[in-house]
Design a binder for this molecule. Structure first.
Ligand code: HEC
Length: 186
């Protein structure tokens, strides 16, 4: 075939080389053009970032401070939208027989604990050898006010019912502490 073509077109050899070079140049141009125009998919999406929620945070310096601490210290484990461990890594954690990082949003169970327990978890961390990414202690990193700000920020992900349930739980816990003379700050 090539011999036949060479017979018809005496310069087929050169033509072929020229064609190869053009294709190579085209491919290089195309791939660099593609990498310039395509926008990479965001790694993290916060499903609860509604305009109303954002407006609420922007209007409240307490929530803004909570968001800063959360995004800086907690989000890489618990998810920027409180959704828990990054989905792409869950399979690996489970295949190792280890536990994933829980969600803080409405799908998680953070709202099922009173503030006193949540504060303790944040201060002392949770040392569970079965956790793939164990919860570190934040005592000395976050003060009491900053922990409350983070909790207020986390609460934004809960439903109205979950917030009310958790408020009652916290009140009940405080009543029991008072009854037994336990100081919540100790
Ligand atoms: C290195 C990963 C990691 C980081 C960073 C981290 N956590 Fe955790 N956190 C965990 C894991 C894992 C658990 C589950 C521990 C268990 O129950 O065994 C957890 C549990 C919790 C719990 C208890 C939730 C429940 O329902 O029992 C709270 C509250 C919490 N984290 C808040 C925070 C806050 C606030 C921050 C940032 C200041 C933070 N975490 C940073 C990994 C992390």
């Amino acid at each position: 075939m090539i011999n036949f073509l060479s017979a018809i077109f005496p310069h087929f050899g050169e033509l072929k080389r020229g064609l190869c070079i053009s294709v190579a140049i085209l491919l290089t141009l195309c791939s660099s053009a593609c990498s310039m125009t395509s926008t990479p998919e965001p790694l993290f999406t916060a499903p609860t970032e509604s305009p109303a929620r954002l407006a609420l945070i922007e209007s409240d310096s307490n929530l803004q401070a909570g968001r800063s601490s959360y995004d800086l210290l907690c989000a890489h484990c618990h998810g920027y939208g409180g959704e828990g461990q990054l989905e792409a890594t869950i399979e690996n954690t489970l295949s190792l027989g280890l536990l994933t990082v829980p969600a803080h949003d409405a799908t998680g169970h953070t709202w099922q604990h009173p503030d006193q327990v949540l504060r303790e978890a944040i201060l002392q961390g949770i040392q569970n050898p079965l956790d793939h990414f164990p919860m570190p202690a934040f005592e000395g990193t976050l003060n009491e006010e900053e922990i409350n700000q983070v909790l207020d920020y986390i609460r934004l992900w809960w439903t109205v019912e979950q917030r009310e349930y958790q408020r009652n739980l916290t009140r009940h816990h405080a009543e029991i502490d008072a009854e037994f003379g336990i100081n919540a700050n100790e």
